[in-house]
Design a protein around this ligand. Structure first.
Ligand code: NAD
Length: 374
């Protein structure tokens, strides 16, 4: 079985390490710029080695670096991991600029290594069910989509929220990956975008007890909207905001020639998919057709481990993540330059799970792989 090193031991590392352990994927070492944080996570999950970041990247027995650092560090850590011959799965976004994301995909390709990125929520029960409904033609040919992420930002609960208001943060770079990855998973790649972006508040006030009342500067737009033109012909709208107190908008809806598909929050793995075909008086709930309805963050690492062994593409691919970074960057470019922006990258839609695939089947696949490798 592929062995993992976890880089970055902050908030999100807990659920990753819990899930990787449950999958039976060995975590050989952890590292963080803050050695105390790394030591605390190592203790919590019985990881034997607490290393300096450089040592983890050079560790001869680590196959996959799971990069859970802050967005500003993602591309640098991923590049250094690839240069050390490691596969890498990184938290989102893959990079802060599309050129960096593209360079990572090219480097991985040149070295015969895998690069992958969060989010992996599109592997959850709701988005896999929605994909099946869409691909089976329940709503006909897609004509449009809407995606709304309205919030008032994470500074009221996150212990160190600075990065959300620096380059690489903001609602589009922080939350856009969930929505855009879901849309590309459902509708395929985007060919052109138009955007608006604004900064409403110059400062934010931290709410968590460790830094309560501290003011942090806002360096990026916090209310960002994009018009999306998909290659297959459908068009869409995405609105992401850290400035909105209340809204009653849906998360994602896909409109087709024969009906509408309502998709729950792509920041989670579960939730009820609903469909309403033309002429229907009501929405119909679609039963979940796949497993992974709980918080399975890290699922893409398990998929990558199996994909490497089987010589097949992994689902949360670098190409998909590059496309998402390119689209997010282009929305901001469009906003600042007042023009449509063409998107170059054209990832293939990730392969859906086989019908009915679930946690039990994954566990069996991982166990079979471990036994096969001895
Ligand atoms: N917190 C959440 O709910 C959540 C959910 C989904 C995704 N994410 C994503 O996960 C990533 C981490 O978020 P978080 O909330 O855990 O942040 P965090 O600030 O709690 O943790 C990040 C950790 O990375 C470490 N770090 C920073 N730069 C580093 C470097 N160069 N080398 C080694 N360690 C370094 C920091 O010391 C810190 O401990 C972000 O990309 C975020 O968008 C977070």
């Amino acid at each position: 079985m592929m062995r993992v090193g976890v880089m970055g031991c902050g908030v999100i590392s807990e659920v990753y390490m819990k899930n990787l352990r449950a999958f039976g994927i060995p975590i050989l070492a952890v590292a963080d710029l803050d050695a105390e944080r790394a030591a605390a996570r190592a203790k919590q999950f019985d990881v034997l080695q607490v290393l300096a970041p450089e040592e983890l990247l050079g560790h001869p027995e680590i196959d996959i670096v799971v990069n859970l650092t802050v967005p500003q560090a993602h591309a640098d850590i991923a590049r250094r991991a690839l240069e050390q011959g490691k596969h890498v799965h990184t938290e989102k976004p893959l990079a802060l600029v599309a050129d960096e994301a593209r360079a990572l995909v090219q480097l991985a390709h040149a070295r015969g290594l895998r690069v992958g990125s969060a989010p992996d929520t599109f592997l959850g029960s709701h988005l896999q069910t929605a994909r099946k409904v869409l691909d089976d033609g329940w709503i006909g040919e897609p004509i449009g989509a809407t995606a709304f992420m309205m919030s008032h930002g994470p500074e009221r609960w996150h212990p160190n929220p600075d990065f959300f208001y620096q380059k690489g943060g903001g609602p589009m770079f922080d939350m856009g990956p969930y929505y855009l990855t879901a849309l590309v998973h459902l509708l395929g790649p985007i060919r052109r975008v138009t955007g608006t972006a604004q900064t409403t508040f110059a400062e934010r006030v931290v709410g968590s007890p460790n830094r309560f009342g501290e003011r942090i500067p806002v360096e990026i737009p916090t209310h960002v909207q994009g018009l999306l033109e998909f290659e297959r012909g459908a068009t869409g709208v995405i609105v992401t905001s850290f400035d909105v107190w209340h809204a009653e908008l849906p998360r994602i809806e896909i409109y087709g020639t024969e009906g509408t598909l309502a998709v729950p929050d792509p920041n989670y793995f579960g939730g009820t998919v609903r469909v309403r075909r033309r002429g229907a008086d009501e929405w119909t709930q679609v039963p979940p057709l796949f497993g992974f309805a709980d918080n399975f963050r890290g699922l893409a690492v398990a998929d990558m481990a199996l994909a490497v062994s089987h010589g097949r593409p992994h689902r949360a691919s670098g190409e998909l993540a590059l496309h998402v970074v390119e689209v997010m960057e282009a929305i901001h470019t469009s906003a600042s330059e007042g023009r449509h922006v063409e998107i170059e990258s054209r990832p293939v839609r990730p392969e859906p799970w086989p019908m009915g695939y679930d946690d039990t089947q994954l566990a069996l696949d991982l166990r079979a792989e471990t036994e096969r490798l001895g």
